[in-house]
Design a protein around this ligand. Sequence first.
Ligand code: SF4
Ligand code: SF4
Length: 185
Amino acid sequence: MSDIIAAARGFFRGAKGIADAYLMVLRHLFRKQLTEPYPEFKRELPERTRARIVLTRTPDGDERCVACYLCSGACPVNCISMQSEEREDGRRHAAWFRINFARCIYCGLCEEACPTLAIQLTPDFAFAKDDIMKFVYEKEDLLIEGGGKHPDYDFYKHCGVAFGKAGKGERPGERPPVDVKNNLP
Ligand code: SF4
Ligand code: SF4
């Protein structure tokens, strides 16, 4: 007799478990969906998100990068390389500029180090490749049309320029500007 009671209890426990599972499925069927299907749905990431790196331009459309090597010096994994060159108008720029994204850890130190706001990390993280060599980006792959996060900034209009009526080196206590071309030992 006790065996029959134990079997009946087991049967009802199992049936209750199955019924509970079906009820839970039914309840979730009519709930608001929480999962966001990717890539159909793309969440807008904050501007400060650190992903793909770009080289930006001044408001005049000129290259911001002056090939000062500060970003490559700051990079902890040495994935930035370049060659500096002087243009005919005396301004420096990078003859070539290369980032190996297969090594980049997206720390943002290059962006912090850059005095001209040329190099910037963007929220674009979707650039997976099937070949590791495709992660080596050249200057033409990195250079974008606009100014990125700082569209109005132009290094040459903020730094090293005279202000007010007095010229450079003409204010009290100022030394005359150094001619860097003749600043050799
Ligand atoms: S984000 Fe970091 S690791 Fe990547 S290039 Fe810049 S400094 Fe190097
Ligand atoms: S990106 Fe900025 S820090 Fe790097 S070389 Fe150009 S100007 Fe210098």
